[in-house]
Design a protein. Sequence first.
Length: 367
Amino acid sequence: MMGSRWGDGVKLCLTGWATAAIVMGLATFVSPSIAAKTTKSRAEAKSAAPAKTVSKRRKARVAQARPSAAQLQGLRATDDPLDLRSSVALVVDQDTDEVLLSKNPEAVLPIASITKLMTAIVVVDAGQPMDESLRVERVALDTPRNNRTRLKVGAELTRGELMHLALMSSENRAAHALGANYPGGIPALVEAMNGKARELGMHDSHFVEPTGLSSENKSSAHDLTLLVKAAYQHPELREYSTSPDAAVPVGRRMVQFRNTNALVRSPSWEIGLQKTGFISQAGRCLVMQAELAGRKLIMVLLDSAGRYSRIGDAERIRRWLHGRIDAAPANPTASPAAVVTTTLSPALSASMAEGGGDLRGGGADSF
């Protein structure tokens, strides 16, 4: 009896072991296939996710891209003999006001951070001490989309340091701090900016805030030559705007800032004053006072299409001016450069047609 029970137990155990072995064997046999399918499924899901994310990002970028004011006015379609990428261009002799190059100079457009030149002029005119410590505050239009800054809210810098960063690195919080600490605050500063514009004869210009983040800050190339000429009269603005870089204490550490205009670091250029600007409505902008071809010139480039194209356009103009001088006959009464224009002055267009000076295909925008 006991033997029978013991035998039944053994049979039961053997049956259980067999079943377990069969199950384990099946599992061993089947699992590689299942694992492979699972791995493949996971890999496909993983590879599909980034593609979807990238697609969304690309769509977001396309959706955020907005045409500039000059583009909406059709100015980017304007041809010129130098194949400039800028919708607006103007080069004048600083001393004689002779126009050497002209392209849509009367168009009134957003000027982005070129606004900071007027902010600086008004602050200097107010005679406020440059060594006074000011606190950095958040800008009303300060968003991650339209403002990259290395100045932390709450940092304290001198007025001179803030003006330096506003003109050299185009720091919006620095320009805002200058305005906020102007006698009467930003409303009084804006009033003074518009008053200064009227005083300088800048009849196409209007300002609403000190940074240039607002597209309502507008001017024309003609007016901006007057602004550059006025700013050039202040030695501190010449120094601040053209220094290649500067280390400034921000909180407990020194932070290195660089000039937004790469041309100040080029041995081919002798720049006395400059300012860059960019918001989507304004495109890439640049104003400069520079000595070219033996003359002190003021150069204005507005709504340049492409990240480096304003630099490329400046290079085209520099090479064209030097080329004109090298090719000019030995006539002491002749102007070193003929006027280049587009459609605004037929007489000036005719003067360009008489003598080359074309730079088609020259001057890389990636300078």
